[in-house]
Design a protein around this ligand. Structure first.
Ligand code: SF4
Length: 259
């Protein structure tokens, strides 16, 4: 582990212990995403979900709306700003579309904007956002290197989890964002985001540690904890770091396979 990672893990609130072994003292060791060699990973590919998943086509906008799957970034953003397709539009002061690098290798998806996000105008603001920034730095990324969005683009009242109908109403926007970014890997944060996006009822602990795929999108998905949950449960940060390391290895392998 590099000194830089060590520093950022401490910023995440994770104590780092290193075993006294040759591998930990070798100058060759690296688990950073920029490593050019192939890194073996033990990540399993998840078995197909047993729960019937709704087809992506079933959530396209009604006939009187534009075809979201054809929109460019600007038109997609405008559509979201004007959207009133679910009840979440009633309480919002603004939509939170997404932020970051629109050609990122890594895309982060959470469940819903918080009230703080609405104030700041971007997803993952406040203390949870600071922790996410520290997590990304530990992976070797600046926040602007990745693209960040949520299942729904309007905050929920009292920061509740978004309902199935609300996620379905907003899903075509997220699917279009994913197709425009074309990331190598998607990191989904939190059980609600993971269950809604993967159409699964499995617990977060069962979803972690496996590769998943969103229906009709051939981009691997890794699931980890919501930073807001990690703030309340700091003992889980070490597991989150395991997930981030898995994501880094997958990204390294995907980058190597493209050469
Ligand atoms: Fe539209 Fe999504 Fe906001 Fe619902 S959450 S009103 S579907 S933009």
């Amino acid at each position: 582990m590099s000194n830089r990672q060590n520093t950022y893990l401490k910023a995440m609130g994770i104590d780092v212990w290193l075993e006294r072994s040759p591998s930990n003292t070798s100058s060759q060791e690296t688990s950073q995403p920029e490593a050019s060699h192939h890194v073996e990973t033990n990540v399993k590919q998840a078995e197909p979900e047993l729960i019937p998943a709704a087809k992506t086509e079933s959530i396209v906008a009604p006939d009187n709306k534009v075809n979201i799957d054809q929109l460019d970034w600007s038109a997609l953003h405008s559509s979201v700003v004007e959207c009133h397709d679910c009840d979440l539009s009633k309480n919002r002061t603004k939509t939170i579309f997404g932020a970051g690098n629109q050609t990122a290798a890594l895309m982060i998806i959470g469940d819903a904007p918080s009230a703080e996000d609405e104030l700041q105008g971007e997803p993952f603001s406040g203390q949870a956002g600071k922790l996410l920034t520290a997590m990304l730095k530990a992976m070797g990324y600046q926040r602007n290197d990745v693209y960040i969005s949520n299942l729904v683009k309007c905050r929920t009242s009292e920061n509740q989890e978004p309902g199935i109908e609300e996620v379905a109403a907003c899903e075509s926007y997220l699917v279009r964002q994913i197709k425009l970014v074309q990331p190598d890997l998607i990191l989904v944060l939190g059980s609600v985001a993971a269950q809604r996006l993967l159409k699964s009822k499995s617990t977060l602990s069962r979803l972690r540690g496996q590769l998943h795929y969103i229906e009709n999108i051939n981009i691997p998905v890794i699931v980890s904890f919501d930073p807001a949950y990690l703030l309340r449960s700091p003992n889980e940060k070490r597991k989150a770091w395991d997930d981030l390391q898995t994501a880094m290895k997958e990204l390294t392998n995907i980058a190597a396979s493209k050469k």
